[in-house]
Design a binder for this molecule. Structure first.
Ligand code: UDX
Ligand code: ADP
Length: 459
């Protein structure tokens, strides 16, 4: 079947997923006109800003892609209905956070933004429209989307596809340009082939997987659950290494050399963060309970419990090493983003660790090259301050480290692996500590500079 390539695409949601995904599609398919819409006018203004360093999403290489396509076949706009009306394919790429209240609070995904955007599509679309679920959604959400679209006016028709995103933040552009696989779930062969034809511009056919719609939705949840499980597994072994005298890096090498296991995703750390892992597992847990699968739910729930435990454990051991109290002590957090090369702090382990230490009375100096003080304030739920039980942004490592008792390396930013330890240690109050929760600092140099060093997973 010769697939009909869409001429105009609209993407609802200009966030971490919608923005980079559409930029790469526009870049690779110059004949398709792509419009990304969002209700958030401030966000759209930043996507349209002349200064590309101010794009609302920081991703290496994204500025260059946007520079090539914006104004040519890539547009950012708040005119949501207009863009939907003009499009023959609409991507739903809105946020789906965990519900904070009501039925399923703390576990189920809040689908209010998906529902609202589906209603807008039902109202504004013209003729035949392919609707693509891009957001991570609970299994069988497509059914709800279809039901809403089913109430459309005569003259409108819809096909619904699931096309989950597997990009990781910090490598979004590279992941989009060379994906391991693209997953397309659906029932309508013409719609499936139309979407596949877009990706076929740059993705080899054998990497474009077609499945039924529920398998596609579950494929995303299960992939994230497996990845998160690996992180909790290695973190559990890290704790055991610390207790028993083994070294988690050596154990990870031993495990990862088994080709059935593989070497990736075996780095011990402060626990996983990011917008997907916890949300998707909790979602899976909720759905398993819904289907009466208590044991399966309990199995996956443990991956999240271990992750929270790891964060509390790190805060606790910092307090213990600092003579059992951090009240009034100055501690520097190196990094606040949930991983390097992103400005995203959603579910960042740094948030829980910072809260625990503030609760213990510490004064935190927080240094992150990409996260704004306003974001840290929102995450910690308190404005910057001085004295006991407070935090402040720090302009430089020198400023933060002066008079500090400890540094906690929480995000593996490149620049933190190049710290001049002799100069930094000289500014600190003795005995001074480095707590390396990422295992990415030059600990030999830190030790040589007179610091006490704790490294995750080192017995
Ligand atoms: C993840 C999935 O990788 C991606 O496919 C999906 O689409 C969205 O969720 P992301 O959350 O951006 O992507 O980041 P990822 O690189 O997967 O890391 C998640 C968390 O696990 C981070 O906090 C990271 O620091 C942590 N991690 C990862 C480890 O602690 N150790 C590892 O070995 C790998
Ligand atoms: P993700 O990481 O899934 O991309 P984000 O929160 O970064 O999530 O982005 C989702 C975007 O979707 C936000 O910018 C939000 O304003 C936008 N959005 C949510 N609901 C709607 C809607 N009904 N119409 C248009 N935009 C929406």
């Amino acid at each position: 079947m010769a697939a009909q390539l869409p001429r105009r695409i609209c993407c609802i949601g200009a966030g971490y997923v919608g923005g980079p995904t559409m930029a790469v599609i526009a870049d690779r398919c110059p004949q398709i006109d792509v419009t990304v819409v969002d209700l958030n006018a401030e966000r759209i203004a930043l996507w349209n800003h002349d200064d590309l360093s101010r794009l609302p999403v920081y991703e290496p290489g994204l500025d260059a892609v946007v520079a090539r396509c914006r104004g040519r076949n890539l547009h950012f706009s708040t005119a949501v209905e207009e863009a939907i009306a003009a499009a023959d394919m609409v991507f739903l790429s809105v946020n789906t956070p965990t519900k904070t209240r009501g039925l399923g609070a703390g576990q189920a995904s809040d689908l209010k933004w998906i529902e609202a955007s589906a209603r807008t599509v039902a109202k504004a679309a013209r003729g035949h429209t392919i609707v693509v679920e891009k957001s991570t959604l609970p299994v069988r959400t497509a059914e709800a989307v279809k039901a809403i679209l089913g109430c459309a006016e005569p003259g409108q028709s819809f096909a619904v596809l699931s096309n989950p995103e597997f990009l990781a933040e910090g490598t979004a552009v590279a992941d989009l340009e060379a994906p391991d696989r693209v997953l397309i779930g659906g029932e309508d062969p013409e719609a499936i082939e139309a979407l596949a034809a877009i990706y076929a511009h740059w993705v080899p056919q054998q990497r474009i997987l077609r499945t039924n719609i529920w398998s596609s939705e579950l494929g995303k949840l299960a992939a994230n659950a497996f990845l998160a499980q690996r992180v909790s597994s290695i973190n559990s072994i890290a704790a055991f290494c610390e207790a028993s005298g083994a070294d988690v890096n050596e154990v990870a090498r031993a495990i990862g050399s088994d080709s059935r296991i593989g070497p990736k995703f075996l780095k011990a750390g402060p626990g996983f963060g990011g917008s997907c892992f916890q949300k998707d597992i909790l979602n899976l847990v909720y759905l398993c309970r819904h289907y009466g699968l208590q044991e399966v739910a309990g199995y996956w729930e443990q991956v999240v419990s271990l992750n929270s435990w790891q964060q509390h454990r790190i805060a606790r051991l910092v307090v213990q090493r600092l003579f059992g109290t951090v009240t009034g002590k100055r501690l520097v957090l190196l990094g606040f983003a949930f991983k390097a090369d992103t400005n995203d702090t959603r579910a960042s382990p740094a948030i829980q660790i910072a809260r625990d230490l503030i609760e213990e009375g510490a004064h935190l100096q927080i240094l992150d090259p990409k996260v704004s003080p306003a974001q840290i304030e929102a995450d910690l739920g308190q404005p910057p301050g001085q004295g006991e039980a407070s935090w402040a942004p720090c302009a430089s490592l020198e400023q933060g480290a002066t008079g500090a008792d400890a540094l906690l390396l929480l995000t593996e930013w490149q620049q933190f692996s190049r710290i001049d330890w002799a100069a930094t240690a000289a500014l600190m109050r003795r005995p001074a500590w480095l707590f390396d929760a990422r295992g990415s600092a030059d600990q030999q140099a830190a030790r040589a500079a007179g610091l006490n060093v704790w490294r995750v997973g080192e017995g």
